[in-house]
Write a protein that binds this ligand. Sequence first.
Ligand SMILES: Cc1ncc(COP(=O)(O)O)c(C=O)c1O
Length: 388
Amino acid sequence: MQRIYLDNAATTWPKPEPVYEAVERYQRDIGASAGRGAYREAGEAHRVVDEARLACAQLLDVPEPRQIIFGCNATDLLNLAIVGMLRRGDRVVSTVVEHNSVLRPLAGWREPLELDVVHVGCDAHGYVDLDEFRRECQVKPPRIVAINHGSNVSGAIQPVREMAAIARDAGAFVVLDAAQSLGHVPLTLPELDVDLLAASAHKGLLGPAGTGLLAIRPGVEQHLRPWKLGGTGGDSDARIMPEALPARYEAGSHNVPALAGVTAAVRYLQEHGVAAMAEHEAALTVRLMGGLADIPGVTIYGAPSEHRRLGVVSFAVAGYDPQEFATMLDASAGVQARAGLHCAPLLHRALGSHSMGGLVRLSIGWANTLEQIDAAIAAVEQLSAATI
Ligand SMILES: Cc1ncc(COP(=O)(O)O)c(C=O)c1O
């Protein structure tokens, strides 16, 4: 049976061919740790990391590549951004649309750091209530706002520039979770006007598993404490982390093969254009949402197709538990979906899908085709008809 992969919000698959080639080339021919040896391959490994940093800096329009910090996923870098910025007694304004990679660091540090954390609500489509957001920023200015760019449940793309302006007026730093948006829609750090942008590099950026990045607005590092402490390959005699970026935030050996793949992925995105790929995904999203909307018993949740949204489509099927339906989709038609609460419990509560055990989610990627989308719609239709 054909595999119809529609779980690109978890991680994109397949990757462009040059990504596989770059990883393999590094593994077979270089194989050394970066920045930790004087021999030729160690130098080459170091250059592989530098190249990845430069490629990501160019993509995000960050003037200094050292302002790009690598980690193993978006969660890793969100922890650095959130925990690194917070001090005892700080106030944080966040939202209910966040993923657990924002919710849990805030919940986990709430008591030890005596934080005052609020989660602003959203409308029925998953867009943050801007009036409430403004009020919460003004009533008692937060040190940071921690906000989502594109949702992994509703698909909604938040008006980040507007939210950043509100936060800045209140004197707050802006931490953005761009895990779902980077690579799926054109974006840069200056355009979004945020202080810290954390993202996966294994999702829309099309890099290998085990990659993530944090872009730091120049100067913000003065307020950002390192979170992960350990060896950096240099300054070995120092008892504390070096001051210089990026080493200050990059303890431990790099995932060099994956970073070789990240460079290849960014170059692929630049060559084909994120805007063109976004257009392709948007067309497939309209088709998918239109097809699902016509199926009796299917209810789509989240952002309508005409709103600013990602290719993440979540729905309920009358008479089915979401996990059961996702399993049947795979078994009957090879359609690979993700079901449940998607690590976003507050958003499912806000959308009214929490008590149902969440939703079934289909998420579109660069490699999906119209035929695959039509096959997925047909599979949902066939299965849902069985209960009616
Ligand atoms: C909105 C959002 N933020 C953060 C993450 C965490 O990303 P990662 O798996 O790279 O840690 C995800 C993952 O699905 C996500 O959807």
